[in-house]
Design a protein around this ligand. Structure first.
Ligand SMILES: NC(=O)c1ccc[n+]([C@@H]2O[C@H](COP(=O)([O-])OP(=O)(O)OC[C@H]3O[C@@H](n4cnc5c(N)ncnc54)[C@H](O)[C@@H]3O)[C@@H](O)[C@H]2O)c1
Length: 408
């Protein structure tokens, strides 16, 4: 199978998860890395035995032996750096979220098209048995006419770098300059991305929404600039509605149950796989999550006149599928999916079009922010017209100012 040579940009926390996955795909060789923090780069390079390193990624992009680039920097650098990568003619894999605004996501999507490169965004929740089971049942028409859906995540305290050791992440997650927004786009991409994908990317008419900054930081001197919760009610073509709650800090503890309901049946699910799948978490096929952490899904409704309430055993099925056939991982891992797309085994219309899904999520979340500012329902046309870039087009680094404005 064809070998792909990859370079990594940003050797911080998430890059290590990516490296774990690349180690599972022997045809992928990581041959270089760029990072502005020289010490971090040295430690990373020693850990993975990759000697070719750069403090200015633009120098790295001049090489002629790189096929594709894995971009692991923070949110507001996604657009400038991915665009630079794609303009260098290289395929690009971008960490989530695609960007912090519809405007920036659109720039990235357009750039991929213009440059004719293969672009993907990390949305791990798509690569779960929940999503695949949901997709099959919805395509089979088992829900009937779908008219309403709910996307709910209500975390009591789960702010990166703020709420305890289990949350990881750096304080950058809490800063508007670097992250752009908070929970709505951070893990919102996993929940809303999965939801819009299952609903078949319906066309948004408009949204009423609100963002909240309510739960203070418990750490003296560490401010939180981004929202901790957003809510919204969106309307799509055909009258389909979706209500949204995304919270990484609130005073509610509830089983976060998202659902899609039609006139024949409903699918409800919980414990969404939002962490990047087994390979990145180091469990591998054969690993097993405790019962209360397993992603689950349930069908309720009528089937041939019989009332059913049925556990779809998604986690069990996922483990079975992985154990039986490692090729199945193309549907269970973001990076394997991108690799198969790069080598042409997955065609454009077969792959999960993650940039398009992420662009639709950006439109929805931008709608919530705009509606929150305006205090009223906002239409898709208004959202598109008023969306602005939040990206960092000039970046202060130890190596001078990196000016990305030429690519803007
Ligand atoms: N940390 C997590 O648990 C986690 C989980 C899922 C997704 N993510 C996503 O991954 C992205 C990065 O998050 P992170 O936690 O790894 O952040 P991080 O700060 O640990 O890593 C980012 C790295 O990028 C480097 N960098 C910044 N500008 C650069 C440039 N111009 N060239 C090269 N390197 C540059 C930084 O020095 C830093 O080392 C974010 O978008 C986040 O949403 C993080």
């Amino acid at each position: 199978m064809k070998e792909i040579r990859i370079a990594v940009i940003g050797t911080g926390s998430i890059s290590h998860r990516h490296m774990k996955v690349w180690a599972h795909i022997p045809q992928v060789k990581v041959i270089a890395a760029a990072e502005i923090d020289e010490k971090r780069l040295r430690v990373w390079s020693e850990k993975y035995g990759i000697a070719d390193t750069y403090t200015d990624f633009r120098e790295m992009l001049k090489r002629d032996d790189i096929d594709a680039v894995d971009v692991c920097v923070h949110n507001n650098l996604h657009a400038p750096i991915c665009i630079a990568v794609m303009k260098a003619g290289l395929h690009c894999y971008c960490e989530k979220p695609m960007s912090a605004s519809y405007y920036d996501s659109k720039l990235m999507m357009d750039c991929a098209k213009t440059c004719g490169v293969k672009f993907a965004v990390q949305i791990s929740s798509l690569f779960s048995e929940q999503t695949r089971t949901g997709l099959r049942l919805i395509k089979d028409g088992i829900l009937g006419e779908i008219y309403h859906a709910r996307s709910v995540i209500a975390n009591y305290r789960r702010r990166p770098s703020i709420d305890g050791p289990f949350n990881g992440g750096t304080p950058d997650f809490m800063k508007t300059e670097m992250a752009g927004h908070g929970q709505s786009i951070d893990t919102g991409i996993y929940h809303l991305g999965q939801m819009l994908f299952l609903l078949g990317l319906p066309k948004l008419h408009g949204v009423f929404g609100k963002e909240y900054h309510k739960i203070p930081s418990p750490i003296r001197g560490r401010n939180i600039e981004v929202e901790d919760m957003c809510v919204g009610l969106a309307e799509f073509e055909g009258g389909l509605t979706l209500d949204i709650q995304e919270a990484n800090a609130c005073n509610v503890i509830q089983l976060p149950t998202s659902y899609i309901t039609g006139d024949k049946g409903a699918l409800s699910w919980w414990n969404i796989d939002e962490v990047g799948g087994d390979w990145s978490m180091g469990q591998g096929p054969g690993g097993y999550l405790p019962e209360n952490m397993q992603p689950g899904m349930r069908f309720t409704g009528e089937y041939h006149g019989i009332h059913i309430d049925c556990d779809l055993r998604t986690y069990y099925n996922q483990m079975q599928n992985r154990c039986y056939d490692s090729q199945v991982m193309v549907w269970y891992d973001n990076q394997m999916h991108w690799y198969k797309y790069l080598i042409g085994e997955l065609k454009e219309d077969e792959r999960y079009n993650t940039p398009e899904i992420a662009l639709n999520v950006s439109l929805l979340t931008d709608g919530i922010f705009l509606s929150s500012r305006e205090g009223r329902f906002v239409t898709t046309e208004e959202i598109k017209a008023q969306s602005k870039s939040l990206a960092m087009w000039k970046q202060e680094t130890p190596w001078g100012v990196f000016d990305y404005e030429a690519t803007y």
